[in-house]
Ligand binder design. Structure first.
Ligand code: PEP
Length: 252
């Protein structure tokens, strides 16, 4: 179902105590000021998930892992499986973030395994896609993103596809302070929705939440979220301060 979603991605930041404090602060501001029709999600480090689930009102705030293993279980030292994530009380998992693709060599093949396991374990994948600066400068971003989708989430059954959310995150905007303009965001979100319609039909396309990510902050969230194909945001830096995060949630 198409929902307004604002999801934080804390990345590899905060120790456990700092993470609990941040979760408490977000819980308090969301309870007092957060728009009720916006789904709020916190993407925390694995080590924090259980405590964050205990700390926040989970009726109001969802909790996400930032990754999960490509295997169900077994001799994979250091990996955290989708089943483990689910057993903490988390209900989302961010998959395919550009940092994981770039620094950890995550391929479409790996992502397909992770997507299958996430869905099997009833986690909602927030699937990330988006192009680097050279691709944007060459004007080939639509073809690039379409290829990412074709190789991964477009291989899902329509029943499974309905269970995911997408985050379009231009790599040139992530953590750079440069945000896609409202027109650029709307243009590619509309393109993504159009490709979903071609693949799965209009009803499913209209029901898919497509979030924008890349230097989203309270000062630009309103303009970005006003676009008809932008259903919210995946937020890195600005999710680390409860007041900024609530400012973005209230951008709707
Ligand atoms: C992200 O990494 O998902 C992200 C959007 O980061 P930032 O908001 O800091 O650009």
């Amino acid at each position: 179902m198409r929902q307004k979603i604002v999801a934080g991605n804390w990345k590899c930041n905060t120790n456990l105590q700092e993470g609990i404090e941040l979760a408490k602060a977000v819980d308090t501001v969301v309870a007092s000021k957060g728009a009720d029709d916006v789904v709020v999600v916190l993407g925390t480090p694995f080590t924090h998930i259980t405590k964050v689930v205990e700390t926040v009102n989970t009726e109001r705030i969802g909790v996400a892992a930032q990754n999960c293993a490509a295997e169900a279980k077994g001799a994979y030292t250091g990996e955290v499986s989708a089943e483990m994530v689910k057993s903490t009380g988390a209900n989302y998992v961010i998959l395919g973030h550009s940092e994981r693709r770039e620094y950890y060599g995550e391929t479409s093949e790996t992502l397909n395994k992770k997507l299958a396991l996430a869905l099997e374990n009833k986690l909602t994948p927030i699937y990330c896609c988006g192009e680097a600066l050279d691709i944007r400068e060459a004007g080939t971003q639509n073809a690039f993103v379409k290829k990412q989708l074709d190789e991964t989430i477009f291989k899902l059954s329509s029943d499974d596809f309905k269970k995911i959310a997408i985050a379009y995150e231009p790599i040139w905007a992530i953590g750079t302070g440069v945000t896609a303009s409202s027109e650029q965001a709307q243009e590619i979100h509309a393109f993504i929705r159009g490709t979903i319609a071609e693949k799965f039909g209009n009803e499913i396309a209209e029901g898919t939440s497509i979030l924008y990510g890349g230097s989203c902050k309270p000062s630009n969230a309103k303009e970005l979220f006003a676009n008809k194909d932008v259903d919210g945001g995946l937020i890195g830096g600005a999710s680390m301060k409860a007041e900024d995060f609530i400012g973005i949630i209230n951008g709707f």
